[in-house]
Design a protein around this ligand. Structure first.
Ligand code: NAP
Length: 315
């Protein structure tokens, strides 16, 4: 069992930033990154909205730079999956797939979230090549073109409205007639001349040879199929937080995100959460990074308080 001050699980922008802040404050961290560290950034085409990341790096390049920065600070990213996290009482214990165990009085959970996808084979084919889950990140590349947005929640409606700033036309494809999104967004979308609604419609297939050229949809009431010509499609049907390690141990919200306060404190003393695993709303790398910094600073204060309440025994 390897003893640390802080165990950080996840090496995306939240976990890495937490590690950078914690290690610069003198804490000894175990940064457990999984077998392929980096999270959702690994699958993001191009990043133009992360301050300082000039030259539109790919998500892969950006997370690679962040990983190099952690390495320069002497922080090793442990390339193994955490299989188990015991949060009954401190010290908390993380057990890796390879069997190694780490224990610490503090854990920062930064396991992220994954976009919910439709699950079509053609979606997989065009992911990162026309099909995206982030209009904020990839919308600009569709300037002047026609695109589809899939979903009927606030994200889909906001994405559709946002995209009309650059694109020629947005087909808003939703599987029901009624929207789940707030009425104000629905009204704005309906009033927008660049948005055409495709309601009661489920995506059947993304089409195209090498590049995406359309989305075939099926009307669930009539059974009629048609193809909406588009060069980009944004799937906005929600996200799934990665909470397997903490399920049943930490309080979650109604959508299974970890409940955490403004200082990233969870329902358990000494356990903090950062990034998309506790944020169903913003889902941006820069915001995940910022919450990693907050978690590390709050964790540092917590650890200092612990030390002053339980001073080390004198020899
Ligand atoms: P969401 O509210 O869960 O909506 C997901 C949408 O995708 C729903 O319309 C759902 O259809 C549809 N959907 C789900 N699975 C599907 C599938 N397999 N095929 C086709 N359609 C599918 O997710 P979200 O829009 O990402 O929002 C997440 C949270 O963030 C919500 O609490 C939301 O209010 C919040 N948010 C708020 C704002 C804001 O207030 N400005 C902005 C963004 C997000 P059904 O409706 O038929 O279930």
């Amino acid at each position: 069992m390897i003893q640390k001050d802080i165990i950080i699980i996840g090496a995306g922008p939240a976990g890495c930033t937490a590690a950078i802040y914690a290690s610069r404050s003198g804490f000894d961290c175990a940064l457990i990154g999984g077998s392929v560290p980096g999270g959702q950034l690994l699958y993001t085409n191009s990043i133009e909205n992360f301050p300082g990341a000039t030259g539109a790096p790919s998500g892969f390049e950006l997370i690679d730079r962040i990983h190099k920065q952690t390495a320069q600070l002497g922080i090793e990213i442990i390339r193994d999956n955490a299989d188990r996290l015991e949060l009954d009482k401190p010290p908390y214990v993380a057990t890796l797939a390879g069997g190694q165990q780490y224990c610490a009085p503090i854990v920062i959970v930064a396991t992220g979230a994954n976009a919910r996808w439709l699950g079509l084979a053609s979606e997989e084919k065009f992911r990162g090549h026309g099909v995206s889950s982030c209009a904020t990140c990839d919308g600009f590349f569709q300037k002047g073109r026609d695109v589809c947005v899939i979903g009927g929640g606030n994200t889909a409606l906001e994405d559709a409205i946002f995209l009309t700033k650059f694109v020629n036309k947005v087909y808003l494809v939703h599987r029901r007639y009624e929207f789940r999104a707030d009425e104000i967004l629905v009204a704005a979308a309906k009033a927008n001349p660049k948005i055409e609604l495709a309601l009661d419609s489920v995506p059947v297939e993304f089409t195209g040879a090498d590049a995406l050229d359309g989305l075939k949809v099926k009307n669930i009431k009539t059974g009629a199929e048609r193809t909406l010509a588009c060069s980009g499609a944004f799937v906005a049907i929600g996200t799934i937080p990665n909470i397997n390690l903490v399920k049943g141990q930490l309080e979650l919200d109604t959508e299974n995100y970890i409940r955490a306060d403004a200082h990233c404190r969870t329902s358990k003393d000494g356990v903090f959460a950062a990034g998309d695993v506790m944020d169903p709303y913003y889902r941006q790398a820069v915001i995940a990074a910022a919450s990693g910094a907050r978690a590390a600073i709050a964790a540092g204060h917590y650890l200092q308080n612990l030390a002053s309440r339980c001073p080390a025994k004198q020899p």
